[in-house]
Ligand binder design. Structure first.
Ligand code: GTP
Ligand code: SPV
Ligand code: MN
Length: 579
């Protein structure tokens, strides 16, 4: 296969000349192709077949030094350093190109170069965007098949539109000293070397659909966000669409696949997306969302019949597991699976508890979104869905209440900009450290956060009926470390308050940080909570919030003159309200 798009044909030739592969394979996205790549990887040992209750499921063990995103090796290469902002690592484009050309030179010798045309979003959506990833990893090719609309239809759209994001990837020698994830937003180009891990290697996902897309979205007047999209249908049949931004491994997949508990009779939840949303204002001023992805690359540990039986069942067939353990019966195993025992750990060694967890804490599953029993067919609607509320959240042991609502859009932008969360195993580095993660986009915004906030604020001038903005925290704990809120399916109780607020049907009290429910406003019927837990979850400790506001102010000031004045105003109002 080749292409009638000359720029693409030329680029493939140029990259083949540079990287010197033994073969070139244009991916058509067919089932037969998927199966033949799997068979080939089984033969080389890059994949292991899983058994037991798992059908057409495979395990891939990545290099032990290559198990998560590498934020310190991820760069945004704009011609002007300040365009990348303090939120990104920056390298001059020419320097980055030279460095990467050196790494890519001859790197595919003896390997196959895969050309992967893909479309982010429904293939016929005006909001969708295409890309082409060149890679020497068959693992990347099979994952891209599940995660994106990959193959012939995408190539046809590229040939029709004439534009695409270029992504060049090689696993190289997996040496962490020779690992870089480079973004050139001005050229719609990504270059990634030395990692085979998801966010570093599946270039359609974080690199394209967030970093490059956020840069394009600013130029074109839309938003590319680290958000799930979920449909909530009330017993009366009213439907609301919510978009929620939580940092990595902080509950997006689980909220997007929420299973209403028995006490919430009549409520229905359907999934549109679990990680990324592209948001556009339509001609009526309504914010609409599409999910650019077609699959889930989800956190495995913690998935069980109690926390989320849909997710648990969804990954029993046609799934790729990365870095889980296996049982003696060759079933995948992970911490908190609650059944079976590990025999071999994620590194392929006999399991021994003194070596740490059996599955890597950032072990992942890849599945097509269509395997989700609550998949919404609207995920294929080219027009997307109308968003009623935007929800920000983080993993905060203390301080942040279960839920609160921003006063208006501008205040909501401050709430988003002030998000902080405990770090997780999704990125290399220390886990459990609270850091600022504005809009859950710290690792993913392809330009200066100050400009990003200005872009968010500009929406208030373009529409009178923007979504309401909320903040949630499922992760508050008591002094003994016990989660105060049951979470998972019970989060629906909080979403109900959010929806009622959007419909002006629920009460709230105004506090210094925004509108909070009274304990009685959240349905706790049938919940096994201790007396006082709900009051604690909804309490605002003024002294701690004063400190938080000061810390947020310091953080915002680190963006200097570029910080939008209206955001600084909102922050001043917060400090005044806290006294
Ligand atoms: P990324 O794919 O990294 O962007 O993560 P995500 O935001 O989709 O996170 P995910 O839903 O996979 O959850 C990550 C971890 O948090 C899992 O171990 C879950 O079991 C746990 N988790 C999710 N929701 C809740 C909740 O409501 N309460 C508690 N206590 N834990 C949760
Ligand atoms: C995240 O880290 O936020 C993920 C997983 O969704 S990855 O695609 O690897 O970035
Ligand atoms: Mn994510």
């Amino acid at each position: 296969m080749t292409t009638s798009n000359e720029a693409l044909q030329r680029w493939v030739t140029e990259i083949a000349d540079l990287t010197k592969p033994a073969n070139i394979h244009w991916c058509d996205g067919s089932e037969a192709e998927y199966q033949s790549l799997i068979d080939q990887m089984l033969e080389t040992g890059d994949l292991l077949r899983l058994d037991g209750g798992y059908e057409n499921c495979y395990l891939h063990r990545s290099d032990p030094s290559d198990v998560a995103r590498v934020e310190h090796l991820t760069f945004v290469c704009t011609s002007d350093e300040t365009d990348a902002g303090p939120n990104n690592n920056w390298m001059a484009p020419a320097e980055a190109r030279t460095k990467m050309d050196d790494l890519f030179a001859g790197c595919m010798a003896g390997r196959t170069l895969y050309v992967i045309p893909y479309c982010m979003g429904p293939i016929d959506s005006p909001y969708a965007r295409c890309g082409v990833e060149i890679t020497d990893s068959a693992y990347v090719a099979i994952n891209m098949k599940l995660m994106t609309r990959m193959g012939k239809p995408a190539l046809q759209r590229i040939e029709r539109d004439g534009t695409f994001v270029r992504g060049l990837h090689s696993i190289g020698d997996l040496n962490p000293d020779r690992r870089f994830i480079m973004h050139f937003p001005e050229e719609l180009l990504i270059q990634s070397f030395g990692s085979g891990y998801g966010g570093n290697a599946l270039l359609g996902k974080k690199c394209h659909a967030l970093r490059i897309a956020s840069y394009q979205a600013r130029q074109e007047g839309w938003l590319a966000e680290h958000m799930l999209i979920v449909e909530i249908e009330s017993p009366q049949g009213e439907k609301h669409y919510l978009a929620a931004a939580f940092p990595s491994a902080c509950g997006k997949t689980n909220l997007a696949m929420l299973i209403p508990p028995e006490t919430q009779a009549g409520w229905k939840v359907r999934t549109l997306g679990d990680d990324i949303a592209w948001l556009h204002l339509d001609e009526t001023g309504q914010l609409r969302a599409i999910n650019p992805e077609a699959g889930y690359f989800g956190v495995v540990p913690g998935t069980n019949e109690q926390t989320n039986c849909n997710a648990y069942d969804m990954i029993k067939s046609d799934a790729i597991f990365t870095n889980v353990a296996v049982t003696a019966d060759n079933e995948p195993w992970w911490e908190d699976k609650n059944v079976g025992t590990p025999a071999i750990d994620w590194k392929g060694q006999p399991y021994a508890s003194e070596n740490g967890p059996a599955a890597h804490p950032n072990s992942r599953f890849t599945v097509s979104a269509k395997q989700n029993p609550t998949y919404s067919p609207l995920a294929d609607d080219p027009a997307g869905v109308p968003i009623s509320a935007i929800i920000f959240g983080g993993r905060r042991r203390e301080l942040a209440p279960l839920v609160y609502q921003a006063r208006n859009w501008n205040h909501g932008v401050l709430v988003g900009a002030g998000v902080a969360s405990e770090t997780t195993a999704a990125a290399t580095g220390e886990v459990g450290v609270v850091r600022r993660d504005p809009m859950a986009m710290k690792p993913f915004c392809g330009y200066n956060f100050a400009d990003y906030w200005a872009h968010w604020l500009s929406f208030a001038e373009r529409s009178e009926n923007l979504p309401e903005i909320f903040h949630v925290n499922w992760f508050r704990r008591d002094a003994d470390g016990r989660f105060l809120w049951p979470g998972f399916g019970e989060n629906l109780r909080v979403l109900r308050w959010i929806i009622e607020r959007c419909e002006n049907r629920a009460d709230a009290t105004e506090t210094a940080i925004g509108y909070l429910p009274l304990a009685a406003d959240i349905d706790t019927n049938g919940l096994d909570m201790r007396d006082g837990d709900m009051d604690w979850l909804l309490s605002i400790d003024t002294a701690s919030w004063r400190e938080e506001a000061a810390a947020i102010g310091e953080y915002l000031q680190s963006y200097g003159d570029r910080l939008p004045a209206s955001l600084a105003d909102e922050h001043k109002k917060l400090q005044d309200a806290l006294g």
